[in-house]
Design a protein around this ligand. Structure first.
Ligand SMILES: [Zn+2]
Ligand SMILES: [Zn+2]
Length: 410
C-alpha cells in the first residue's frame, strides 16, 4: 500500500513537501518555504527514513535544515544541488535578519544539514530496503532531478521540469510510470517560442544600448543568470554581473556533467566583468548591460542600479522571469512603480518582460504526461491545476488534485 500527504505546495507555488509511506518505508520529498514577506512554511514533517531533494530553489529546499535538526535521515540530492544549497539557505537567514522576520534556523543548522547529505547521480539507483529510487534529469536548472520510486508500483515525482533544451541544460525526458506526480506551475499558460523571445531580447538590448542607455537585467541567481549569460555569449556588449549569480557560475562549472556545455558557460563567464566590490558598481554603470539579482526586485544589488537610473528614459529594465503577485517586480510591471528602500517611486526607464521560464508550459506538460503513460496523475505545485486536470481527463487519465494535508492513496 502506498500513501502520501502534501505538507505544503499542493495548491500553491511554494513550501513544497510530500510525505510518502511505501510499505514500511517513509520518504519525504522536498521541504521548501514560500519566500513571501514574511515567508510561509510547510506543515511539520512526520518521521521519515530518507529525504530526497529535486533542486536547490527555496520553494523546494528552504526548510530542510529543520528536518536535519529533528531527524537523522539521509538527505539525497545531486552534487550540483548540494553545492548551491548553502548559498540559498544562508541567504534566507540574512533576509530574515534584514527584514526582521523570525529566523527560521541558524547557520549551524545549515552546516548540520550539509553533513547529512548523500550525493546521487542521474540514472544511478539508490536502494532503500525494498524500494529503488532512480534520479533522472529534470531539465529545470543544472543538477535538477526527477525521482522515480520503484516498488509494487512505480511513481515519478517531477519536481520542477522543463522539457525544451535551453542553452544551460538539456530538457527532461519522459519516464514510463504508474503514478505521475507532476508540477503544474504553468497550467493554463503557454510560453512563446524560445528563439523568438531570445531575438526580441537581443533586439531590445541593441535598441537600448544604441540610444545610449543601460539595460538592467534582473535575474535569479540560480539558473536564470547563467542562461542569460549564455544568450549574450556571442555579443560584444560591455556586460557586468553582480549578486549571488557570480558564485553560482563557479559552482556550476565545478560540476560540468550537469551542464549542456561547460565550455560555453566558461566562455560566457570569461567575457563578463564581475562586480567584486562596491566601488565596481560605478564602473558597471558605465557599461551597457548589467545582469543582477534579485529576479523579482525584492532586494539585492538590482535596486541599487535601478535607484541610480530610475529617471533615465534611455535605460531599460528587462525582466526575465515571472513576477509573482505582491512582489516589487509585479508592482513595476503593473504600475510602473517600485518600492526603493521603503519609498514608492515612479520609474521613468523603459520596462520590458521576456519569458525565459525554466518550467514546461501547458502543452508541454500535457505531452510529457502522455509519454509517461501513467494510470494515475497527481498534480501539485500550481495555483491553476484544474485547467490542466480538465485537459488530462479529456484524454481519459485519472487525475487527482489534492489539497495540503489530504491523505492520498496511490
Ligand atoms: Zn525551481
Ligand atoms: Zn518550484
Amino acid at each position: 500500500m502506498i500513501k502520501g500527504k502534501f505538507l505544503g505546495g499542493a495548491s500553491e507555488i511554494g513550501s513544497l513537501g510530500l510525505h510518502l509511506t511505501m510499505d514500511d518505508t517513509k520518504i519525504l520529498i522536498e521541504y521548501g518555504l514560500t519566500p513571501t514577506k514574511p515567508p510561509a512554511y510547510p506543515l511539520p514533517a512526520p518521521p521519515m527514513d530518507a529525504v530526497f531533494l529535486t533542486h536547490a530553489h527555496l520553494d523546494h529546499s528552504g526548510m530542510l535544515p529543520r528536518i536535519s535538526s529533528q531527524y537523522d535521515s539521509n538527505i539525497y540530492m545531486t552534487e550540483s544541488t548540494m553545492a548551491v544549497l548553502p548559498l540559498l539557505l544562508n541567504d534566507t537567514i540574512k533576509v530574515a535578519e534584514l527584514e526582521g522576520f523570525p529566523i527560521p534556523y541558524m547557520k549551524e543548522e545549515v552546516e548540520n544539514l550539509m553533513g547529512a547529505i548523500v550525493p546521487v547521480k542521474y540514472c544511478e539507483v539508490v536502494e532503500l530496503g525494498e524500494i529503488e529510487v532512480v534520479p533522472h534529469n529534470a531539465g529545470h536548472i543544472p543538477g535538477s532531478a526527477m525521482y522515480e520510486l520503484k516498488s509494487e508500483k512505480n511513481l515519478l515525482f517531477t519536481g520542477d521540469i522543463n522539457t525544451i533544451n535551453t542553452h544551460l541544460v538539456w530538457g527532461a525526458k519522459p519516464v514510463k510510470t504508474d503514478v505521475l506526480i507532476m508540477e503544474s506551475t504553468y497550467a493554463g499558460r503557454e510560453h512563446p517560442p524560445r528563439d523568438e523571445v531570445e531575438k526580441e531580447f537581443l533586439d531590445k538590448i541593441d535598441e537600448v544600448v544604441g540610444r545610449g542607455g543601460i539595460a538592467i537585467v534582473p535575474a535569479f541567481a540560480v539558473g536564470r543568470t547563467q542562461e542569460i549569460m549564455l544568450i549574450l555569449e556571442k555579443t560584444d556588449y560591455n556586460i557586468w554581473l553582480d549578486g549571488m549569480g557570480r558564485f553560482v557560475n563557479n559552482i556550476y562549472l565545478k560540476y560540468p556533467k550537469y551542464l549542456r556545455s561547460a565550455k560555453r558557460l566558461k566562455k560566457a563567464r570569461n567575457k563578463i566583468k564581475i562586480v567584486r566590490r562596491r566601488s565596481d558598481r560605478k564602473k558597471a554603470l558605465k557599461g551597457e548591460v548589467i545582469i543582477t539579482t534579485g529576479g523579482m526586485l525584492e532586494g539585492g544589488p538590482v535596486l541599487h542600479y535601478i535607484n541610480y537610473l530610475k529617471n533615465d528614459t534611455k535605460s531599460a529594465i528587462l525582466l526575465t522571469g515571472y513576477q509573482v503577485e505582491g512582489t516589487n517586480g509585479r508592482l513595476l510591471m503593473d504600475e510602473g512603480i517600485l518600492d526603493l528602500y521603503g519609498v514608492k517611486e515612479k520609474i521613468d526607464s523603459e520596462i520590458s518582460f521576456f519569458d525565459f521560464s525554466a518550467h514546461a508550459g501547458h502543452s508541454e506538460l500535457m505531452e510529457f504526461a502522455r509519454k509517461c503513460s501513467p494510470e494515475k496523475i497527481i498534480l501539485m505545485h500550481g495555483d491553476n491545476r484544474d485547467t490542466l486536470a480538465k485537459d488530462l481527463r479529456k484524454e481519459d487519465f485519472e487525475v487527482i488534485v489534492p489539497q495540503n494535508a489530504q491523505e492520498i492513496e496511490f
